[in-house]
Design a binder for this molecule. Sequence first.
Ligand code: SF4
Length: 488
Amino acid sequence: MPSRRPYLSKSRLIAAWQCLKRVHLEQNHPELGEISAHTRSLWATGHRIGEIAQRLYGTEDSVEIAFDKRTGLMLNKTRELIASGASFPIFEATFRYEDVLVRVDVLMPDGDGWRVIEIKASTSVKEYHVLDCAIQNWVLRNSGVNVTGFSLAHVNNRFVYPGNGDYDGLLIEHDLTDEVRTLEPTVIDLVGRARDAVTGPRPGIDVGAHCSSPYECQFINFCWPTDSEYPVSGLGGSKAKLGEYVSLGYRDICDVPADAVTAETQKRIHRVTCSAKPELLDGARRAFEALPFPRYYLDFETIAPAVPFWVGTRPYNALAIQWSCHIEETPGRFLHKEFLDLSGDPPMRALTLELIDCLGAEGPVLMWTRYEEGVLNNLIELFPDLRAPLSRIIDRLYDLHPVVKENYYHPKMLGSWSIKAVMPTIDPDMDYAKLEGIREGTAASDGFIEAIQPGVSPERKAELDAQLRRYCRFDTEAMVEIVRFFTH
Ligand code: SF4
């Protein structure tokens, strides 16, 4: 009789480790989940790192077990290869034990056994990575594979790309052989609990910090209350504390008794929300009125690819690829300048020179959070000869965010002082959600990378060009409007 138990993949078991309700919903009600753009972007990064790993570990005769919905085909192909005495690397080798299915990133021949390498796109080894490896080790060992060692290879963020497709050194290996063996009882326990969760009734698990750690759960909008005007999650702060409020039955911020809120920021959000009147203090007006002219409102867009593709750049290093600047020469008199180059050549040098030219020698450079400072420091690292003019720009940076945070809160901001949360409360027409196509940073980064691919059609490239310019310009327009709001 064939087994009727559902397969438990490795990722399902990690989901179960995070939350048994999550694995139940994944198996029984996947339609209730929403995969975010951020999560999709992480998956794409994982695939890209996997491709590079196959190049790094591959040999002329290495074999990849291609994905097939018919799991049996992948299992058979793997079995045949190993039984034939293969002595070459195998990628995505597939094994099953007690209906737990794993696909192994890299299987390297090692004497009369196999050394296993798990590939991760992170820059360090995390606790759940070791569990991930232990699940594979348990399945492989019980499938009769002689596992001689277990390593995890992750991205080396000190690697500098020398060009010519040379990624030697991009990955760093850590030997986890001993750790994965000691975790075997944990794996057996997890498999049992996960199986009960997928086949049994929905586990009664409250929301909390585990909903976004280690991974953002796709069922957040299902589990967290969203059916009130100011959902309790809008209090912000500790996710564990918010989970407690939800478990006590509070759905709206104003359901929470004032004396149950203790952190200062959360007390303020609670007070303003329940008063139904925005808080507007005079400090922002005074601070912004004191800023001299000309004023420069600056915003960068960046990419931070895990696999660098421009010579001299490092993994996950935020590289400026675009900027927008509104220049207020005298009160109310504006000029707009911008930089965007979709040729595919590294744009950073030209971008920097044009920025230095645009920003002149004096006047505050207004930005939102210190992110722009980090981007400028990365440009200094890339172009040490431009250290002096870039350092002078850093000295002129003026961060609007803390001033607004100290002096303004509107209930509709739902616990966030991001520019995307603040702007629509000041001018409902300036809502990022109304932008066509690109309306947040991850989409801008993905859009840029898509636009510079050789195969992109001219129509799509033109569309992305327009969306990227509109999005970046919107950020600096928003800063202009925010300063205007506080000073008029
Ligand atoms: S949102 Fe939280 S409680 Fe709900 S399934 Fe996900 S992790 Fe579990």
